[in-house]
Design a protein around this ligand. Sequence first.
Ligand code: CTP
Length: 406
Amino acid sequence: MKLNRQTDQRIVIAISGGIAAYKTVGVIRELQKRGYRDIETILTANGARFVTPVTLSAITGNIPYADTFEAGRALSHISLVQPCGILAVVPATADIIAKFACGIADDFLSTAYLACTGPVLAAPSMNAEMYRHATTLRNLEQLKKDGVHVLDPDSGYLACGTEGPGRMPDAEIVADVIEHVLHRHIGGPLSGRKVVIASGGTAEPIDPVRTITNRSTGRMGKALATAFSLAGASVEIVTGIGNARYPAYCRQTIAETASEMLNAVIEKATDADIIVMAAAVADYTPATVLREKKKKDENNLHLELKPTTDILKTLGTQYEGKKILVGFAAETSNVEDHAKKKLTEKKADLIVGNLVGVPDSGFGAESSRAVLVQKGEISDSYDKIEKEQLAFCIVEKVVAMLESRQ
Ligand code: CTP
């Protein structure tokens, strides 16, 4: 089975008349960056006051739908959304939310909503008082009962100059949620499965100022979180340090040190089916953490270290044959041999050996030079593969392993 983003699905983005409409163009661009090509738009009459049809035509290549009675587009409020991967209303104003909640169908969007056979997402955005109004909240509750996915607005500084809930989340977050709802609706081979992904690097404190750390950014962990959740799994991320922004719909626990990561992973692993140790965990930590900043002292250049617990090995001993365990081997040479050795030593089901320390592979790189090791043998080898693509290949292996165990 070949797993990937379902980029051939039609995404219909509807824009109603709120100031956050200017951000919607960014959402469309973000979805395009992720490979979605069949993107259509609906503009309400007031939406068109904020974003013009020309803008939407230019970025999607398709003329937006605005008028139910437009010549040459008869019945398009039906054909556009039957079938469609998702109808996402970004932003959703109090007015369109009220129409949806009551079944009022008096323009293109409200009729398309009733005709839509795919999942619907609404991203409310408005003044904080309008959002908090009992009527709006009641209508949103009704939408949820009717099966509409609601992306709660952020709190923060609003265009009207006040602070409070009503701000549309950033484009990447909205795109995350659109993808998530779309793929949940399609259903993936890992539906009902839970995966724990440890990602990023750890930082072992020496004193209140300094740490021992590594160059991991969490990029591979982010790619894995995306691939596993788009395959239907519920994803729990345990992250150390790094600058990766994980998909908005994944649960996240921060664990900065090797010992915090051990505790968090062990706790989250109890009800997981799959555990992926993509984190660069420190092998040694300072024997004692100084309370005060260590002063410059040329006569004392010694730092005493003690070993940390190997998390993957601990999991291997406890869960061998019971859960799927995936580890990484970050190597500067002899990747295949080291990966094979780690597979056996850590009792893992799959080790992803990858080259580090070169520009196109390893920490922070977009791509990876990698091998997959299973049952003592190299099963796959990639001269150069995008980390996102590698993540989907890993998910495919995990799906096959789960199937073979049933
Ligand atoms: N790992 C772990 N706990 C540790 C160290 C590593 O769970 N304390 C995991 C990593 O997350 C990875 C695998 O073990 O999945 C291999 O990590 P790596 O750093 O490549 O190797 P080490 O086992 O630390 O050995 P070495 O540093 O000697 O290569």
